[in-house]
Design a protein around this ligand. Sequence first.
Ligand code: FAD
Length: 474
Amino acid sequence: MERVDVLVIGAGLLGCFTARNLTRYEMDILVLEKENDVSRGISKANTGIIYTGYDNKPGSLKSKLCIQSNEAFDALARQLAVPFSRPGSLMIGYGPRADQVIRRKYTDGIRAGIKGLRLLNGCEAKELEPRLADGISSALFSRSTGTVNPWELCIAAYENARDNGAGFQFGSEVHSIKRDHGAFLVETDSGLYSARAVVNAAGLSSDRVREFIQKPLLRLYPTAADYMVLDTSESGKIRHIIFHEGENGKGLTLVPTVDGNILVGPTNHEPKYGVISDTGFRVSTDGLMELRSLCRMVAPSILTEKQIRAFGSLRPNVYRVHEEEGRIIREDTRIRDFSLLEEDGFFSLIGIKTPGLTFSNELGRLAADKAAAFTGRTKLRKSYSPYRVGIARTRDLSAGERAALIRKDPCRGEVVCGCMDVTLSEILQAIEQGAHDFEGIRRRTGAGMGRCQGSRCRKKIWDCLYERSFREKH
Ligand SMILES: Cc1cc2nc3c(=O)[nH]c(=O)nc-3n(C[C@H](O)[C@H](O)[C@H](O)COP(=O)(O)OP(=O)(O)OC[C@H]3O[C@@H](n4cnc5c(N)ncnc54)[C@H](O)[C@@H]3O)c2cc1C
């Protein structure tokens, strides 16, 4: 049985950032993940926005963490070598109800001390985004809203945590947890572990994982989201992140991503039958139709026919529950804030929805500090480094830099994915860094994410993976 100080369950953004922050302390850390890689849950299926915080209740922990995280994001992205851009955002409305919402968000934002907010009229908004539909009645401009590729951030946090000494065990689903003489005994697919403290960052299963040792208190009742990704030929049609405040509530979000695509979505509906997308969640045809029609209404010159990929996600909505005659009864009120439950060395992050990506490092630090304090292992590790060296992307290099790299490493000259300009060298580095399958390589290098969605490079990538596993076995 392996014994550690802190055990983290789940290797999504929150698990990886908790682990990263735990490695600041001298202690043994292990992350258990049921899938075979990091970022296989909600962390790879979201809108990728780094929010400024005007959506949150001023003064709440959520609001404070979001504001602080947004301000610190340039430094975090530099430390972890992750592409990050701040195109700013424009929330637009087309009528009196939307105007009211926009004004309230502006007032909340100013009260919370958020910088760079401006209320605009329709003409001012159109000057910033001429391709939006006419008739905008008001808009809220936010200078500091940013965007990041969520799975790249998660992979970067994982690599940094691992390089600082955190252990990661994949294919290791937690099936039961018991308390035993002041420790937790955790039973998994890969064996039994003992830990002095546990951080439960199991995303959509975090409610059930908590119930291994506690009575039901909170349960997740997910709603579904659909997205579409448009070809880079559409890029440049919008410059800012656009939030459309529909007359009946949430409308459309458009994001000019760090990879040069436009992300359209998300919808919000009860989970229903649909095609399983590359995120492992379902994507519904009705949802995509809804996005198409909203896009025609809000930004008619953006062609949704240029969709190259669609994916789904699930929102972990939290409700309070209680038990009645052995049945779980859901109470009416949905908990809007997130929950970090502390139960005698067992820390649960439950229902971390938007802006969980934005403050994943800060919330991870909070969980890590609490777990470290509980175990008493608060001595700082001298060798801790917050820096990670990423895989240099050939497509970001100048011709001169590229030629110099090819002289050192001939694999830099062999392009495997023509759509995204990914070379053999990047594929091999991704395998070195822990990619076990096509999906892992896609997420680490961008190969297979372009116009043809991997139809031309998939075979070559499989060959590389096969060769690697053959060499390992013999
Ligand atoms: C539709 C949508 C859009 C969003 N957009 C944004 C946005 O634009 N900006 C923003 O700031 N935030 C956004 N968020 C929020 C953000 O994506 C989440 O807060 C964040 O990804 C949550 O990460 P996580 O680590 O809790 O969950 P996950 O990424 O789901 O990770 C949980 C992990 O636990 C593992 N696991 C589960 N059960 C077990 C078990 N028993 N044993 C071992 N492992 C287990 C899973 O396999 C998974 O890998 C969005 C969320 C949603 C749903």
